[in-house]
Design a protein around this ligand. Structure first.
Ligand code: C2O
Length: 471
């Protein structure tokens, strides 16, 4: 390997000059024009993609794979950071992975010898197959032979299609979109819609192999998958400019632990320094060329759920594809009032309250399981269409305990609460006259085989179901 050329001091400086300055200073001290030179992270399937992007990615990954295992920039060392530190199922999920990608992009600039390298993203919604540059054989550094799919397999639109993505981007509550409150990096909270649906599905139901484990960054497609998750966060931000949580337990939290190749040292980052992509030297095509000026306001949408606005019920039952579980949830009068007021809002106005549904399950034996949720749907089963007015969403699983690989990581993955905004479903049900002003709603849990084993019956142990109103 030509390590001297690839890690030259001069290139360190160029890369640091373009992208490092804003990051070090944070957002406050800089005018929007200081970000004029941010690079654009492009769609790997865009026909106008600069061919140097794929070449640099290939060269960079190749160089990282050849570094001695003691080097923190080594490929396996980088994946181990994920194994040991990645937060999942809580509100640190998005900022942590943003920082992880940011430093990976820096390492790739050095390792490829191209200081202008910008990490591309894989938009699985418009291009549901793993992109062509990631296939081939062992001679291609972007290929991973543990994947259990081939170049012609396409991701399922139920999890990554435009309707699913539009639905989660509409969700105004940050914690429902981006996963729930935690006070330590790897504490389990609730898994939100972006993480639980497309993110988990691509890892644990679709690509599989390394991607189904906490060593998933061993598969080079990991980085482009997460780049797309990061891009969807910026889209949500544009749609809901003030809805990011204002909670200082989030903004002031210090995330561990990354490796900065410009300083040759391990670093940590406060969440508050990760909220502007411009300050990190990049943007996506959906974002304007210069950073929006003025300070950002963080209002958040979550008020703590008050007494009477929540109804929970223990279930403790196996749900099977052929025998889904349906639970009757009693609605205390205040919660019933919220449900009815949300239901009666005209379809062109946004209701001031939102209704959420949280379902806790155990990680299934077979990770290739999707779990469909319905409200007030008669005899739901695997053939009930997801266009049914009572359809809420489908979540998937990621984070195999170990899968025989010894790569389970150290997060507790046993009980997993998933959360969905069901306001739209409640309104659709009301328009379909399937939401009477009654004192209960029925919630159904329908597991479906989500991987390639389409004929197998899926099973998931359902522990608790909860409905709540937030405003
Ligand atoms: Cu921390 Cu999608 O992985």
């Amino acid at each position: 390997m030509t390590s001297k050329a690839k890690f030259s001091r001069r290139e360190f400086m160029i890369a640091a000059g373009v992208a490092g300055g804003g990051a070090a200073l944070g957002l406050s001290g800089l005018t929007p024009t200081a970000y004029a030179q941010v690079g654009v992270r492009q769609d790997i399937n865009d026909p106008r993609l600069d061919p140097r992007v794929i070449q640099a990615l290939r060269d960079g990954v190749n160089a990282m794979k050849r570094l001695p295992s003691t080097d923190p920039k080594n490929w396996v060392s980088q994946a181990s950071i994920h194994q040991n530190f990645c937060p999942h199922g809580n509100w640190f999920f998005l900022p942590w992975h943003r920082a992880y990608l940011y430093y990976f992009e820096q390492i790739c600039r050095q390792a490829s010898g191209w200081p202008g390298f910008m990490l591309p993203y894989w938009d699985w919604t418009t291009s549901p197959k793993v992109p062509a540059p990631f296939w081939g054989d062992a001679s291609n550094p972007l290929f991973d032979d543990t994947r259990q799919i081939g170049p012609d397999d396409a991701a399922d639109p139920e999890f990554v299609g435009q309707d699913a993505i539009d639905g989660l981007l509409r969700t105004p509550d940050f914690l429902t979109f981006a996963s729930g409150v935690a006070t330590s990096q790897r504490q389990r909270s609730t898994t939100g819609e972006l993480e639980g649906t497309p993110h988990n599905y691509i890892h644990g139901s679709f690509v599989l192999g390394d991607m189904a484990t906490f060593m998933s960054p061993l598969d080079p497609i990991f980085w482009l998958h997460h780049c797309n998750v990061d891009r969807l966060w910026t889209q949500w931000d544009q749609l809901h400019p003030n809805n990011t949580t204002q909670d200082t337990r989030w903004h002031n939290f210090t995330l561990n632990r990354f490796y900065d190749p410009r300083q040759n040292t391990q670093v940590s980052r406060r969440v508050s320094t990760l909220l502007s992509t411009y300050s990190l030297g990049y943007r996506y095509p959906n974002q304007p060329g210069t950073a929006p000026s003025g300070p950002r306001r963080f209002r958040g949408t979550l008020q703590s759920v008050q007494t009477g606005l929540r109804s929970a019920r223990a279930v403790n039952q196996q749900a099977r594809t052929s025998a889904p579980v349906t639970v009757e949830l009693a609605l205390p009068s205040r919660l019933r009032g919220s449900v009815n007021s949300v239901a009666s809002v005209a379809s062109d106005t946004a209701p001031s309250q939102r209704i959420r549904l949280a379902v806790s399950v155990q990680m299934p034996e077979n990770l290739q399981t999707g779990v469909r949720l319905f409200i007030n749907t008669e005899n739901p089963g695997p053939n009930t269409p997801i266009t049914d007015p009572g359809y809420v969403g489908t979540f998937a699983f990621f984070g195999d305990h170990d899968g025989g690989t010894g790569r389970g990581g150290t997060m507790d993955m046993s009980t997993l609460p998933f959360i969905f905004d069901v306001t739209d479903s409640v309104q659709r049900l009301s328009r379909a006259s399937r939401l009477t002003a009654g004192s209960s709603v029925r919630v159904s849990v329908v597991p479906i085989p989500s991987g390639r084993q389409r004929t197998r019956e899926a099973t998931v142990r359902t522990e608790q179901v909860r409905l709540e109103a937030i405003s």
